[in-house]
Design a protein around this ligand. Structure first.
Ligand code: KIV
Length: 270
């Protein structure tokens, strides 16, 4: 039996069952090499986020990334992962217009990448799309609070749902997602007390980003937590490395060695 077959894969069922027992760890990945390391580090789930639009392609928002590009990233990640659950974002424009389009997009992701679930932003307003995808047997993760695909409607990346009306709607949306069959829900940049209330009100796991410690799990963008991005510094972000400086300094040393003909030396040639 190969090593891969001995590894017990994490499924949506595993994630559901972790609620109330063990916190869920999730990070993003967009390529084979990072996904391999993230998986080896032991995360429970990997998100192929549409934040690829920012960190991989350099766009200001998540809106420009296409379904084909998301599938390319997802294929690369899936090839590097042997244990974690792989969830892929449905990008802006391929699920909001009608449920059939949403289902077709989700089917393409599942068929062409080999990923295990899709994530959609929004609540009751995307009801039909969520239900259609779930009915086709595709696991859905929801995403509430700060939903970056709606950034031009919000006009700011500030904390969401501080006002009562928006907080009430978020609770309703979380309950709706649970009823519609979502297996978990991401909550981004909302007050910790609200995240606690939602987590206690639904039976599916909540995964927070900037939503405090009471969520059932946490997610971060891997480039942010590794310190590869350096201009993005929200309060909720904990940096575990400072790779921006490490990599820049390694490149500076390489340039110096090439210029001074120190590299390659006699052991680094044929
Ligand atoms: O695209 C992404 O990285 C996300 C996370 C911020 C949750 O949706």
């Amino acid at each position: 039996m190969s090593i891969n077959k001995e590894i017990k894969r994490i499924t949506t069922e595993t994630i559901r069952n972790m609620k109330g027992k063990e916190k869920i760890s999730m990070l993003t990945s967009y390529d084979f090499t990072i996904a391999q390391m993230v998986d080896a580090g032991g995360v429970d789930a990997i998100l192929v986020g549409d934040s690829a639009s920012n960190v991989m392609a350099g766009h200001e928002t998540t809106l420009p990334i296409t379904l084909d590009q998301m599938i390319y990233h997802a294929q690369s990640v899936v090839r590097g992962v042997s244990k974690a659950l792989v969830v892929v974002d449905l990008p802006f424009g391929c699920y909001q217009s009608d449920p059939q389009r949403a289902l077709d997009s989700a089917i393409r992701i599942m068929k062409e990448s080999g990923a295990h679930a899709v994530k959609l932003e929004g609540g009751i307003e995307i009801e039909k799309s969520v239900k259609r995808i779930v009915k086709a047997g595709i696991p859905v993760m929801g995403h509430l609070g700060l939903t970056p695909q709606s950034i031009y409607q919000f006009g700011t990346y500030k904390v969401r749902a501080k006002e009562e009306a928006e907080a009430e709607k978020l609770i309703e949306d979380a309950k709706f997602l649970e009823e519609a069959g979502a297996f978990s829900v991401v909550m981004e940049k909302i007050p910790a007390a609200l995240a606690k209330k939602v987590t206690e009100s639904i039976s599916i796991p909540t995964i927070g980003i900037g939503a405090g410690p009471h969520c059932d799990g946490q997610v971060l963008v891997v480039h942010d937590m590794l310190g590869m991005t350096h201009e993005f510094s929200p309060k909720f972000l904990r940096r575990y490395l400072n790779l921006y400086d490490e990599i820049t300094s390694a490149v500076q040393n390489y340039v110096k060695d090439v210029k001074s003909v120190d590299f390659p030396n006699e052991n680094e040639q044929y």
